[in-house]
Design a protein around this ligand. Structure first.
Ligand code: SAM
Length: 248
């Protein structure tokens, strides 16, 4: 999840961003947001929190900011790992979700790993230290990849070298696209490059999860990805995510 409105971000930077553009906008009846505005959790998120409870209780407090994914979306991702046997997870945009998923990977003990890609140096350091403090760095790591101009995208994208290095090796079978931030005006399509750029690194049976699909930008990204690739997306509006799979 990625939004402007308030919330308990742990770093001053995020609070600042929120304050700068934190105008609350109306959300729809399902909860969620339409275009970068305030998110309201709905009943299913509270149920999802209960399902996540073992992972939340296990390692102590997590700074679950306004930018974190919704609990319902995280449950779906956890199920993909626990039941779908996903072994190589990559997450664009680190946060509480990274720590929580790392806790699940350690608990599952299947050899599955998580690589989180983060553009913000302070935040990458915080998440990396948190993983290390909990002894989760054996299953998960954070790679700092600052945003920079991209030759075939209008908006900045993760620096190619660290991104490519982090993706090398075993093909990715679960890709979570929750970065770069896309809430500021004019950045709605910031996550568009994710699929064209990462397609060569995906396993044939990979699942791609896009967060924040109630926003106009992510909705357009899904349409473009479906036009331009062989992936088709199941939209789960109550969870604010879409799940994409290759059709052939
Ligand atoms: C949509 S958030 C990613 C959230 C993450 N996937 C999660 O669900 O917890 C996008 C960006 O916001 C920043 N961010 C996320 N949580 C933050 C926090 N609690 N404090 C400061 N920055 C945060 C990071 O730079 C991150 O890449």
């Amino acid at each position: 999840m990625d939004r402007t409105g308030g919330g308990a971000g742990m770093s001053g930077e995020v609070e600042e961003r929120a304050g700068a553009s934190g105008e609350a906008r109306p959300s729809d009846a399902r909860g969620g947001e339409r275009d970068g505005g305030e998110v309201e959790w709905i009943a299913s998120d509270l149920l999802a929190l209960q399902l996540l409870r073992p992972l939340l209780d296990g390692g102590g407090y997590l700074p679950w900011s306004s930018g974190a994914m919704r609990p319902g979306g995280l449950v779906t991702i956890c199920n993909e790992i626990a039941l779908g046997g996903r072994r190589r997870v990559v997450e664009l945009g680190a946060g509480a979700s990274t720590v929580l998923l790392a806790r699940l990977l350690r608990e599952q003990d299947t050899g599955a790993t998580l690589d989180a890609i983060e553009h913000d140096a302070r935040w990458a350091e915080w998440v990396g230290k948190r993983l290390a403090r909990e002894g989760l760095d054996a299953v998960a790591q954070v790679t700092l990849a600052p945003l920079e101009p991209h030759p075939s995208a209008a908006l900045p994208w993760y620096a190619a070298e660290p991104l490519t290095a982090a993706l090398a090796g075993t093909p990715v079978d679960l890709l979570i696209v929750d970065g770069p931030p896309a809430y500021a005006p004019g950045t709605g399509l910031a996550r568009y490059p994710a699929l064209p750029a990462l397609l060569p690194f995906l396993a044939q049976d990979a699942i791609v999860v896009l967060d924040d699909i109630l926003r106009v930008g992510e909705s357009e990204i899904l349409q473009r990805w479906e036009r331009e690739t062989a992936l088709r997306f199941e939209r789960r509006e109550a969870e604010a995510i879409a799940l994409g799979r290759r059709i052939a």
